[in-house]
Design a binder for this molecule. Structure first.
Ligand code: GLU
Length: 555
C-alpha cells in the first residue's frame, strides 16, 4: 500500500525544500515590546475602495504607533479577477495618502527580507507547505469535475443537507492513497483540498481584537487550497504568508469573520501559532432608509479616486476616516485644538462594531478644518497640482498670477480662528471667481443682488462717491471709519444702534452701506472680509468696477 509520502512526491516532485528551511529563512523578528507587525493585503482587482483605504489607514496606524512594521502584500492569486496594472495603482494611490509600506511589494521591486510580497511569486513556499500537509494526511488531491460538484450540490438540495464539500459529501476525501495515485497517473486533473477535522455541530471560538470573543460553528468544509492553475486560494495563502512574514495582527474586513475557523484550523494543523485577528467593520451607506455596504457599482464615493477628483485634501479624508475608526477622535481634536491624527492614540478596543455610515457632511467638516489650517504656500501647491489634472481653466487663471491667487487664498488664514469655506479644492474656483474681472463682469451683466429697498440713484451716487473716497493701505478700523463717513454723507446711520433708534432719519444703517459695497465688488452678500478683498483687488480694479456699475445703473 502506497503512503502519503509517495503521494506527495508524485504530486510535487519539483519541490525539495522543507518547512524547517522556510522557518530559518524567515526568522522571528526582534522588535520592541508591544510592536505590531501588520499588513494590508489587497487583491489587484481594480481601484482603491474607500473601505480598503480605511483598513489600510488602521493597519498602518497600528504599526507606526507601536514602532512595528507595516507590510503591503499583493494578493494576486485570483487571476480571473486580476486587473492588470491595479497593483501598481494601489501602491501609488496609497502613497498619495502617505501610507507607504516599511516592507512589501513596490512596482520598482520588493523591499524587505520576508518576501516575495506578491503571492504569485510565492508558489515555492505554498507548494512546500502543501506537500508537507499531504504527507501528514491533512490535505489531499480531489478529482471532481465542475459537473461532479454540481451533482453533489443538487443532491444536497434534494436531501435538504447543508451545502459544501464536507464529511460524507466530500467524494474524494476517503479515497485510498493507491486510488489517488492511480488517478494522478491516469492524468486526471486535480486540485488540493484541506482535510478538515472539524464538526459543524460543535462551536469554536477566538478573541477578535475589536469584537472580543466570537463563537462560531466549527468548520468542517474541505476547502480547496491549491487550484489547477498552480496557485493557492486565499484561505491557505494568507495562513502561510502571515506565518512566514511573522505578522502579529491581521487587520481585515469583517466579511472574513465566518471563515476564521477554517484559518485557525489550518494554523493548528501546521502547528503554528495564529496571529491575532481584528475584523474591521464595513463602511455603510443609508439607502432609502436602509443601511447597506458602500457599493463599488452604485456609489461614487466607494472609490477613493472620487475624492481625489473632487479635490478633497488627502488629509481631510484620512482625518474623517479616523473619526469613523475611533469615535473619541473628534472630541480629542476639539479639546486639543488639533487635527494631527498622528498624535492621537488610536485604539482597536474603541472601534465601533457597527459599520459606520459614510457621512459627506462630516467629511466636509473635517476637510474644511484641514484646508483652513494649511499654510498658504502649501495650500497653493496642492490646489495648483489638483487644478493641473482637473480644471485647466482654473489652472491657467491661477498660474497667470500666482501671487494674486495666493493673496486670495490667504484671506483670513494663518490666524487662530481661520476662515473655513473650502471643503475641497473644487470649491475654490467658484468661490473666488469674483476676484477675476471677466467673471465679475458676468455677474454684473446677470444683475448684482443689491438690496431692493435702495433705489438705483442712491446706489449709484453712494458707490460713485466711494470710488474717490475709499481708503487704501490703512488698517481695517481706519478703513471702516472712512466708509462710515461716506455713508453718513448719503444718510446711512454710522451705527446700527443709531439707525434702530431713529429709522426715519436715515436711508439705512452702516451695515446696509457696507453690504452695497460688498455686493458691488463680489457679486454676493456673503464674501470673505471686505477690507481684505478690497486690499487685494486694489484701487484701480475697485475703481473700474465701481465705474462699470455706475454706467449700468444709470443706463
Ligand atoms: N486579499 C484579501 C481581500 O482583498 C485580503 C484579506 C486580508 O487582509 O487577509 O479581501
Amino acid at each position: 500500500m502506497a503512503t502519503n509520502q509517495e503521494l506527495a512526491e508524485l504530486l510535487f516532485p519539483e519541490v525539495h525544500g522543507t518547512i524547517e528551511e522556510l522557518e530559518a529563512k524567515y526568522p522571528t523578528r526582534y522588535l520592541p515590546e508591544g510592536a505590531q507587525v501588520t499588513r494590508f493585503a489587497p487583491s489587484p482587482t481594480g481601484f482603491l475602495h474607500t473601505g480598503s483605504l480605511f483598513t489600510a489607514l488602521i493597519t498602518y496606524t497600528i504599526a507606526k504607533s507601536t514602532h512595528g512594521v507595516y507590510i503591503f502584500r499583493l494578493e494576486d492569486t485570483d487571476t480571473k479577477r486580476t486587473v492588470p496594472g491595479s497593483g501598481e495603482q494601489l501602491v501609488s494611490q496609497l502613497k498619495e495618502f502617505g501610507i507607504v509600506a516599511d516592507e512589501g511589494y513596490f512596482p520598482s521591486g520588493d523591499k524587505g527580507e520576508y518576501g516575495p510580497y506578491k503571492q504569485s511569486e510565492r508558489r515555492e513556499i505554498y507548494k512546500t507547505v502543501i506537500k508537507e500537509l499531504i504527507k501528514r494526511g491533512r490535505a489531499y488531491p480531489d478529482f471532481c469535475t465542475p459537473e461532479d460538484l454540481e451533482a453533489i450540490r443538487k443532491a444536497q438540495e434534494a436531501q435538504k443537507a447543508l451545502p459544501g464539500y464536507y464529511g460524507a459529501w466530500a467524494r474524494d476525501r476517503n479515497l485510498t492513497v493507491d486510488e489517488r495515485i492511480e488517478k494522478i497517473k491516469a492524468g486526471t486533473p486535480w486540485v488540493i483540498r484541506y482535510r478538515s477535522n472539524g464538526d459543524h455541530d460543535k462551536k469554536t471560538s477566538f478573541v477578535d481584537a475589536i469584537r472580543g470573543k466570537i463563537e462560531l460553528q466549527d468548520n468542517d468544509q474541505d476547502l480547496v487550497i491549491f487550484k489547477s492553475d498552480g496557485l493557492p486560494t486565499y484561505h491557505f495563502a494568507h495562513v502561510c504568508d502571515d506565518h512566514f512574514m511573522r505578522t502579529t495582527l491581521i487587520t481585515r474586513g469583517e466579511e472574513w469573520i465566518p471563515s476564521t475557523p477554517v484559518h485557525l484550523d489550518m494554523f493548528r494543523a501546521l502547528g503554528w501559532e495564529a496571529p491575532r485577528y481584528a475584523h474591521i467593520p464595513s463602511i455603510m451607506k443609508l439607502d432609502h432608509g436602509n443601511k447597506r455596504k458602500l457599493s463599488k457599482r452604485k456609489d461614487a464615493e466607494a472609490a477613493v479616486s472620487y475624492f481625489l477628483d473632487e479635490g478633497y485634501p488627502t488629509e481631510g479624508l484620512l482625518v474623517y476616516l479616523m473619526s469613523i475608526a475611533n469615535s473619541n477622535f473628534e472630541e480629542w481634536c476639539i479639546s486639543n485644538k488639533s487635527y494631527d491624527r498622528k498624535s492621537f492614540t488610536f485604539s482597536l478596543e474603541k472601534m465601533s462594531l457597527d459599520g459606520a455610515l459614510f457621512d459627506m457632511g462630516k467629511l466636509n467638516y473635517f476637510s474644511k478644518e484641514i484646508i483652513a489650517r494649511t499654510p498658504v504656500k502649501e495650500l497653493y501647491e496642492d490646489v495648483r497640482a489638483w487644478a493641473i489634472g482637473h480644471d485647466q481653466a482654473f489652472f491657467q487663471k491661477i498660474d497667470n498670477n500666482p501671487e494674486y491667487f495666493q493673496k486670495i487664498l490667504n484671506i483670513e488664514r494663518e490666524r487662530p480662528n481661520p476662515r473655513k469655506d473650502y471643503a475641497k479644492y473644487g470649491d475654490i474656483a467658484p468661490l473666488t471667481a469674483f476676484f477675476y474681472y471677466a467673471e465679475w463682469k458676468k455677474m454684473l451683466e446677470a444683475g448684482l443682488p443689491f438690496n431692493e429697498k435702495f433705489d438705483k440713484s442712491l446706489i449709484a451716487s453712494f458707490l460713485g462717491d466711494l470710488k474717490d473716497k475709499l481708503l487704501y493701505g490703512v488698517d481695517e478700523s481706519t478703513w471702516f471709519n472712512g466708509l462710515k463717513e461716506v455713508g453718513a454723507a448719503h444718510k446711512f446711520a454710522t451705527s446700527n444702534k443709531d439707525y434702530k433708534a431713529n429709522p426715519e432719519s436715515y436711508v439705512g444703517s452702516v451695515s446696509d452701506a457696507a453690504e452695497l459695497l460688498r455686493v458691488a465688488l463680489t457679486g454676493s452678500k456673503n464674501s470673505p472680509n471686505l477690507h481684505e478683498v478690497i486690499e487685494i483687488l486694489g484701487r484701480s480694479e475697485v475703481s473700474i468696477r465701481l465705474d462699470a456699475i455706475a454706467a449700468s445703473l444709470t443706463k
